[in-house]
Design a protein around this ligand. Structure first.
Ligand SMILES: [Zn+2]
Length: 272
């Protein structure tokens, strides 16, 4: 059953460097509060490290086709890939393989429900962070999930950009484009959180600097899956447990269906 329902939304307007550092501290404090025996999520360290490799050449990302406005499109971003293996998971599996498998599973669940999906990668390819944001922005998506895996912590960790919300502008600076979408991203995280809690999973919410997400012009959440643990912190479902993977993917798919229903309801409410 759910042992943790910690909710920590961090705001604040800080210089990017300060915010970046404080975000790392926030992550550490979140995990310290949750589970003092565990170190901060290696995946998040990888996330921060991603900033230094953002200039790697875009390699084999799938072609981008702009979706017409008004259609409900979900972008799945399987984090890492190719030269960037991500963290090392419990059974020796590279995080990049876990995120791709989850993306594929989630894509087929969403497609079966009639939801159009765009992915940032379909193979073990190196995809530059800017390219990931570019794919998401061209897709005109109503939701983007950046998928990660981690051995630290418990259950599902949901991260939203730590940027302070701003009003949408016609020309948004690339690296801070997400600021105009943060409010919607928090709402999306709320919908994911409710569905996961309802499914009996442990959920941790946080805000941090997310290099790929911060350039996205859509509601975007980084979803990091960790093993499910009991009250004594002993793993009860590992990341390579097919049943656990299926439960997480099905719950995320159900949450996205609900998000679509809410989006349509909102659209109808605004029509004359
Ligand atoms: Zn990761």
């Amino acid at each position: 059953m759910t042992a943790l329902k910690e909710r920590r939304w961090y705001g604040g307007v800080l210089a990017p460097e300060v915010r970046y550092l404080s975000a790392r501290l926030e992550i550490r404090s979140i995990f310290a509060a949750i589970n003092q025996a565990l170190r901060p999520s290696p995946c998040i360290w990888v996330l921060t490290a991603c900033m230094t490799v953002s200039q790697l050449a875009a390699a084999q990302a799938p072609p981008v086709s702009a979706a017409p406005a008004g259609r409900f499109v979900v972008v799945l971003d399987a984090a890492h890939g190719g030269d960037d293996a991500g963290g090392r998971l419990g059974n020796g599996q590279a995080e990049k393989a876990f995120t791709l498998a989850l993306s594929v599973r989630l894509r087929s669940l969403l497609a079966a429900r009639g939801i159009q999906v765009t992915t940032t990668r379909e193979s073990d390819a190196t995809v530059d962070l800017n390219r990931r944001a570019e794919i998401a922005n061209h897709a005109n998506a109503q939701a983007c999930l950046s998928l990660h895996g981690s051995e630290s912590g418990s259950g599902v960790h949901l991260f939203v950009s730590s940027m302070a919300p701003v009003q949408p502008a016609r020309f948004a600076p690339w690296k801070t484009a997400q600021a105009a979408w943060v409010t919607r991203s928090l709402a999306l995280a709320g919908t994911l959180n409710s569905a996961l809690l309802q499914a009996g999973m442990t959920v941790t919410l946080g805000r941090t600097s997310l290099p790929a997400v911060d350039s996205m012009t859509c509601p975007a959440v980084a979803v990091e899956i960790a093993p499910e643990r009991d009250a004594g912190k002993k793993p009860i479902a590992e990341l390579d447990d097919p049943g656990y993977q299926a439960r997480v993917a099905e719950t995320l798919a159900a949450a996205l269906l609900e998000w679509r229903t809410d989006a349509w309801r909102t659209t109808e409410a605004h029509q004359p």
